[in-house]
Design a binder for this molecule. Structure first.
Ligand code: NIG
Ligand code: FE
Length: 427
């Protein structure tokens, strides 16, 4: 087959290949680096990969884009498995409160936090939300993210939840980045249901969730299981019904208080449990039994200034699979930059460079049930590839806070070149 793109001479290539399930524990650091690597792309897929000389069967002609990656490092496109991509407004005004020491849940209780973004999201038109989220997707792509999960959860009524989910659906069609949608109606109790949480939960289960599923607008269902938000019992009820409706499951678990969200994740065998700063030892054990992927979000700890990070070392050493995500949202983590998250994961959670690369590629692909199609450089997988202007993978978390991406190939097409977007808009 004729080669559309050939990348050659890569100083390092982290394939993240060779395991058809999430990599757990020690597996997160085995055998991922190839030196002097090449990779050939045709018809949107990876058709060959190796080291050294390019074999004769890789046909290269004048139409083939040949990329010399000398001195550079090649990775699978990053997969960001936890974002709140679609929302209106921003919350920089809360920064002062945060610096005064007002806790995150207290701001929410006062009607700010998530609820202030709900007001801004309801007030925004679908077109406005679309353009705002499109900008964020561009930033993500420029930083090497080729697939993202996107949650609803700032509409919190039928009309506005559907509006946000439609924005994600439209962008999935129009933008090169692939989007996997999650329904997060149980993100907060909206003001009109204040003191009527039971009624709100029934409304979600009876009216919103079946319709979202019928319209094919979300693949996963998630709940913010947290003190003063949704309890373990309430989360169990929502997630159990969600599963019956055909949703795959995720949970915001034990982010701030040790509530038992991780235990619930293990019991329900959710695909992932996310945050986990306050997870108990029992929660860890249950998650392992349930084969749950731990999605860690160190950018949120950093930005909330809580002085505490998820215990990634304990989680990995216990033999679980860890994935990393930005948690991109306007309150607790306003950044699209996955590379910064990898630095924080190394510096603050003591993950190794190999582990953070695995966590943001193949393991995060599994955390959104896309492990068979993306997340590693293997023949037959989607050609989602990043070329980083760094000599080795250790350099990525080390030189922090900047963008190391030189090129991004998405679905076999060059979409970022020399740090600039070069994709053709399909609007
Ligand atoms: O994952 N914890 C709940 N949800 C988001 C924050 C959303 C917000 O503050 O707007 C999170 O951190
Ligand atoms: Fe979140």
């Amino acid at each position: 087959m004729k080669t559309d793109i050939l990348i050659r001479n890569a100083a390092q290539m982290a394939t993240c290949a060779g395991c058809d399930r999430p990599r757990r524990g020690k597996e997160m650091s085995y055998d991922i680096i190839m030196e002097d690597g090449w990779i050939a792309v045709a018809a949107g897929k990876i058709m060959g990969i190796g080291r050294g000389d390019i074999p004769g069967e890789i046909e290269v002609d004048e139409d083939t884009l040949v990329i010399d990656a000398s001195g550079k490092t090649v990775l699978p496109g990053f997969v960001d498995p936890h974002t709140h991509l679609v929302h209106g407004g921003s919350r920089e005004k809360e920064l002062a409160l945060k610096l005064e020491g007002v806790p995150y849940l207290e701001i929410l209780k006062r009607g700010g936090g998530i609820l202030s973004t709900v007001r801004a999201t309801r007030a925004a038109s679908e077109e406005e939300l679309l353009e705002k989220a499109r900008k964020s997707l561009d930033i993500m792509l420029l930083h090497g993210t080729t697939t993202v999960e996107a949650k609803s959860g700032y509409g919190l009524n039928l009309e506005d939840e559907l509006k946000c989910l439609r924005v994600a659906e439209t962008l999935n069609r129009q933008h090169p980045v692939d989007i996997v949608s999650t329904f997060l109606g149980a993100h907060a109790v909206p003001e009109e249901y204040r003191d009527k949480k039971e009624e709100y939960i029934d409304f979600l289960i009876q009216e919103v969730m079946p319709l979202v599923k019928r319209l094919g607008l979300a693949e996963f269902c998630d709940v913010f299981c947290e003190k003063g938000v949704f309890s373990v019992e309430e989360s169990r009820k929502i997630l159990t019904r969600a599963r019956e409706m055909g949703y795959k499951l995720k949970i915001h678990a034990d982010e701030i208080e040790t509530l038992g969200g991780a235990e619930l994740a293990g019991e329900l065998r959710t695909v992932s449990a996310d945050h986990l700063l306050a997870m108990s030892g029992k929660g860890l054990k249950k998650m392992k039994e349930g084969g749950v992927i731990a999605v860690l979000l160190p950018g949120t700890s950093f930005n909330l200034n809580v002085g505490k990070y998820a215990r990634a070392r304990d989680i990995i050493d216990a033999g679980l699979a860890v994935a990393l995500a930005t948690d991109y949202n306007p309150g607790s983590c306003p950044t699209e930059n996955i590379q910064l998250i990898l630095s924080l994961a190394c510096l603050k959670m003591k993950m190794t460079p190999e582990e953070v690369v695995i966590a943001a590629t193949i393991n995060s692909a599994h955390a959104i049930d896309r492990g068979k199609e993306i997340g590693s450089l293997e023949v037959g997988k989607k050609a989602d590839i990043v070329v980083l202007d760094i000599p080795n993978i250790e350099y990525l978390p080390y030189h922090f806070g900047i963008n190391h991406v030189d090129k991004v190939i998405k679905d076999g097409k060059l979409v970022v070149d020399e740090q600039r977007l070069v994709y053709r808009d399909t609007r």
